[in-house]
Design a binder for this molecule. Structure first.
Ligand code: PMP
Length: 382
């Protein structure tokens, strides 16, 4: 049988593994940070009507500039943004891929701060861009000083800051983003895939856009918006940066059906986001109850919690799966990550975990190895 290594694949892709979060059918799936609440039925009905209307026109290519969608996204984001500042693609993964195609490439580099989203190195590899791993401070935090020092040390062409960070949940301060921008000579991307789960009133990197043409803020409809299956990610930036992405996107990359569905969801954004408060409550409950069980949960501004104090993550992962609860081993020693689900799903997770007994190390044990060595390789988080 032919295997991948028998084919004349690019040398720089040899030996790499594809993205592969398990897609198992289980009663309680809390492994890929989705919004586990189904979308409201009246919104679904409106989306179906809009998609049905769009189908009647699919003999023609869609609006290549998806102008109506960019206008709608600008309205949703506010901050004085207009359609010229907006861009969208099939998920924010594709947005980041386009950024790498336009600003990275052979001879150039992307810097991320480990542990962070596992797709960054893979997207970099696909675009022939070298991936550099910067260090964080203790507890996975990233201070303005550390961010700036790492950028000066590694001198990347593109910096990507994930805030709140996947898989740790750590939010970044605006001061850190400003310091990173000032230290970087190239583009600075802030991946705000989980921004809506931040505490209310917490400022977004969008507030930093005016006067910073090298800053790009990417967002997604996959998380808070409960729209992961529709594949819509987007970005806000200076119109010149948006123009750069036009050079690398495939013509008509956003199908007429995707555009219609996204417009439908955005027309009901309040209803689509109605469960965000409930998800934040479940996240905070997970943090409190995990600490009570003797684990070491990390602070999270996202819809998931990373927790330490797990003696054998693989064994705990398997034991939970046996009880129908799927969470994530992100490859950080002594840690696991869980998505905040509905109240019932969260209860199922906490009950299943409690049934395994208290962790051996206990809440007051010395910090896990992973927290003192924050430059460990990334796991397979999504
Ligand atoms: N950024 C981060 C930090 C993520 O966790 C994810 C998805 N897990 C994405 C981007 C990509 O999401 P999507 O392509 O669905 O927008």
């Amino acid at each position: 049988m032919t295997s991948l290594s028998d084919l004349p694949i690019r040398d720089d892709l040899r030996g790499k593994s594809p993205y592969g979060a398990p897609q198992k059918v289980v009663p309680v799936a809390l492994n890929v940070n989705e919004n586990t609440h189904p979308i409201p039925e009246d919104v679904a009905t409106d989306i179906v009507e809009r998609v049905a209307h769009a189908v009647l026109g699919v003999n023609r290519y869609p609006d290549r500039e998806f102008t109506e969608l960019r206008e709608s996204l600008a309205r949703y984001l506010g901050h004085g943004l207009t359609a010229e500042n907006l861009w969208a693609a099939n998920g924010s993964n594709e947005v980041i891929q386009q950024i790498l195609q336009a600003f990275g490439g052979p001879g150039r580099s992307l810097l991320g701060f480990a542990p962070t989203y596992s797709m960054y190195p893979l997207l970099a590899a696909g675009a022939g861009t070298a991936y550099l791993s910067g260090r964080r401070d203790a507890e996975f935090e990233l201070s303005p000083e550390t961010a700036a020092a790492e950028i000066r040390r590694l001198d990347p062409d593109i910096v990507i800051l994930c805030s709140p960070n996947n898989p740790t949940g750590t939010p970044l301060s605006l001061e850190t983003i400003e310091a990173a921008y000032d230290a970087a000579r190239g583009m600075v991307v802030v991946d705000e895939a989980y921004a809506e789960f931040m505490p209310e009133g917490e400022p977004s990197a969008l507030t930093l856009l005016p006067g910073r043409p090298r800053l790009l803020v990417s967002r997604t409809m996959s998380k808070a918006f409960a729209f992961a299956g529709a594949r819509v990610g987007y970005l806000a930036a200076d119109p010149a940066a948006v123009d750069a992405l036009r050079l690398v996107r495939l013509p008509y990359h956003l199908s007429a059906l995707t555009q219609a569905a996204a417009l439908g969801a955005l027309a009901h954004s309040e209803e689509m986001l109605a469960m965000v408060g409930e998800i934040r409550d479940q996240r905070d409950r997970i943090v409190t109850e995990l600490a009570g069980l003797g684990y070491r949960p990390h602070r999270s501004g996202s819809n998931f919690v990373l927790f330490g104090g797990v003696a054998d993550p693989q064994a705990t992962f398997e034991a939970l799966l046996e009880q129908g609860v799927l969470i994530r081993d992100v490859g950080i020693p002594n840690h696991l990550r869980v998505t905040a689900g509905t109240e019932a799903e969260t209860t199922a997770f906490l009950t299943a975990l409690a049934s395994l007994g208290r962790p051996a190390s206990g809440a007051n044990a010395a910090p896990d190895a992973a927290e003192s060595a924050t430059d460990q390789p990334v796991g397979s988080q999504s």
